[in-house]
Design a binder for this molecule. Sequence first.
Ligand SMILES: Nc1nc2c(ncn2[C@@H]2O[C@H](COP(=O)(O)OP(=O)(O)OP(=O)(O)O)[C@@H](O)[C@H]2O)c(=O)[nH]1
Ligand SMILES: [Mg+2]
Length: 329
Amino acid sequence: MTPAASLAEKLLAGERSAVPRLISWAENADERFPAALARIFGRVGGAWRTGVTGPPGVGKSTLVNELARLFRERERTVGILAVDPSSPFTGGALLGDRIRMEERTLDAGVFIRSMASRGSHGGLALAAVDACDVMDAFGFDEVVVETVGVGQAEYDVVSAADTVLVVLCPGAGDSIQAMKAGLLEVADVLVVNKSDVSGADRLVTDLEEAVHIRTAGRTEWTTPVVACSAGTGKGVEGVVEAIETHRGFLAGDRKERLRAEKRILQVRRKVSERLSEAVWGSLGYLRTVETLLRNGATPYDVAARVMTTISAKLVDENPPSTDPGAGRP
Ligand SMILES: Nc1nc2c(ncn2[C@@H]2O[C@H](COP(=O)(O)OP(=O)(O)OP(=O)(O)O)[C@@H](O)[C@H]2O)c(=O)[nH]1
Ligand SMILES: [Mg+2]
């Protein structure tokens, strides 16, 4: 058996140690990962994926910890991926946070993994989706991905989830900032955390207003605004309920359509990433571009020249075979 096949078999047999190893392959763009994924892909799809994003320090990790606790109370197993975390997964947080997180780590029904941004364009988002596929195939009932909502890569990570929670809190991550960052658009559920802090009620009202204006008549789903205090656990039950309601809303056809759309997006990103690597990965194209620009060509001219060359080389009029296994090593 190849190493890919043997690790995939371990995962399918329920060996937990296979989960972090496969995630490392995904994270490092290991050439064995695609073959391993092909073996476990038939088992992907059972988990519900919740993406948790929001400005730094609003309490995302604290909330994820609480969500994990409530999922466990419902006897659901949980896989957690923290992308580019600062706390508490990497120890950047207060000791209290870490101790609470350890309660979860001692429980075999919870798996926690962090993943650092590699600074590459689509790389992080793609690796994060792969990691979720691994946790899903292993059989975790809930897969939760936390990411700081700051850039396109992070946005891509959460938008691959079934339910996206955007977490805000009074003061730090105020509603105006969130609207500017386009966070409201990606939210299936808006969470106002730190409801124990003053200004929370006002933020809830502002957000409800904003949701009302933005989504009026546009979608069948109205984004709920849920207040909670992850620090004390108060109201987190309501967040779980909102996730379940959204899950119910998506049940059946909607879910299939949504997931299919997200997979298409994932393939497009992979193709774009590969194309970009193929063109810019070696110095040849870069040098030509520099020379052309130095000789007075406009950026449009140069781009057109590059496109003509690569499309002649790469793009065939015929799309690839529709046999799902074709082209696999
Ligand atoms: N008052 C109050 N503080 C909270 C609450 N939830 C979290 N905090 C505190 O807010 C701080 C940040 O919490 P984290 O959970 O690390 O926040 P985060 O959004 O994951 O932070 P980053 O991952 O660094 O973006 C910590 O000091 C928490 O103890 C809450 O409900 N109320
Ligand atoms: Mg965090």
